[in-house]
Design a protein around this ligand. Structure first.
Ligand code: PGA
Length: 249
C-alpha cells in the first residue's frame, strides 16, 4: 500500500483524476470502478473538465459503481444513480448503457446483487477503482463485520453510516436502512485501487487502515493485502499518523 499525502483535497483529487486519465489513455476500453459521496466529487469535476477540453474521452470505457441504496429508484435525488448522473456521467462522454450501478429497487434484491457480481466477473477485473472511506472504515458499503463479504450483497447499514449520510436527506429517518454493495472480491481483484480520504472525520479510519491489522471490523484494512492500492490523504485525514507513515506529493 502506498500512502500519499497532500495538505489539501484538491491536489489529491487532481492526482486521482490524472491516474484515471492515464488509465484511459493506456486502454480506452478500460473498466472503471466508481464511488459516490462527497469525497470523489472534485475528481469527477476535474475529469469533466478534462473531457471538455479534449484531454480524455470515456467513449469506449465502461463503469461499475460500488453501491446503491435499497429502496431508492434512479430518479430519487439521494440515489447513487442520480448522483453519478449529476456529477459525472452527464459531464463526460460515456456511450449510452456503458455505466452500471446495482438496482436498489429490484424485486429480488439478493438476485440483483449476485447478478451484478456475475456481470463484473464476466467482464474480468476493474482496471481502476476509486474508493472513499467511511468514518467507520467501510469501503463501498462493506460495513464492519466478523468476516469480509466476498460477493456483492445486501447489507444493513450501520447507524454511524446512516448518521454520516443523513446530510443528503431531510432527516436520518429518511436514510435507507439497507444497501447493495460490491463485495471484497471485486475490490481486491481490481488492478489498481485509489482510496481518497479527506478531513479529520476520517482520521481514525485512516490510522486503523494504515497502522492496524487486517480485520473485517476495519473493512478498509483488507487493502493492506492489495498489490496496487494507493491511499490519498489530506491534512485532516492524516492527523493521527506520523509523518514517516506517508510520502508527500
Ligand atoms: P463521503 O463518503 O465521501 O461522503 O465522506 C465516503 C464513504 O462513505 O465511503
Amino acid at each position: 500500500m502506498k500512502i500519499l499525502y497532500a495538505k489539501d483535497a484538491d491536489t489529491l483529487s487532481r492526482y486521482a483524476a490524472d491516474r484515471f486519465v492515464e488509465q484511459i489513455k493506456s486502454n480506452p476500453k478500460s473498466i472503471l470502478g466508481l464511488a459516490t459521496g462527497s469525497t470523489p466529487k472534485k475528481m469527477y469535476e476535474y475529469l469533466g473538465e478534462d473531457t471538455h477540453v479534449g484531454k480524455v474521452s470515456f467513449s469506449e470505457a465502461t463503469s461499475f459503481n460500488l453501491d446503491e441504496y435499497v429502496g431508492l429508484a434512479a430518479d430519487h435525488p439521494a440515489s447513487y444513480h442520480y448522483f453519478m448522473e449529476e456529477y459525472f456521467f452527464s459531464k463526460v462522454d460515456f456511450k449510452e448503457g456503458a455505466n452500471s450501478l446495482p438496482n436498489g429497487v429490484a424485486e429480488n434484491l439478493e438476485k440483483e446483487a449476485l447478478d451484478y457480481d456475475q456481470r463484473i466477473q464476466d467482464v474480468g477485473e476493474l482496471d481502476i477503482l476509486i474508493l472513499g472511506i467511511g468514518s467507520n472504515a467501510h469501503i463501498g458499503f462493506n460495513e464492519p463485520d466478523d468476516v469480509f463479504e466476498p460477493l456483492t450483497h445486501v447489507v444493513a447499514l450501520d447507524h454511524s453510516t446512516r448518521q454520516d449520510n443523513a446530510r443528503f436527506f431531510n432527516s436520518i429517518d429518511e436514510v435507507p436502512t439497507h444497501a447493495i454493495s460490491l463485495g471484497m472480491r471485486a475490490i481486491m481483484r481490481a488492478k489498481k485501487v485509489l482510496l481518497l480520504a479527506f478531513g479529520e472525520n476520517k482520521a481514525e479510519a485512516i490510522r486503523d487502515l494504515v497502522k492496524g491489522k487486517v480485520d473485517p471490523k476495519v473493512p478498509a484494512s483488507i487493502l493492506q493485502l492489495h498489490a496496487n492500492a494507493t491511499i490519498l490523504i489530506d491534512e485532516g485525514a492524516a492527523s493521527l499518523l506520523d509523518e514517516s507513515d506517508y510520502t508527500s506529493i
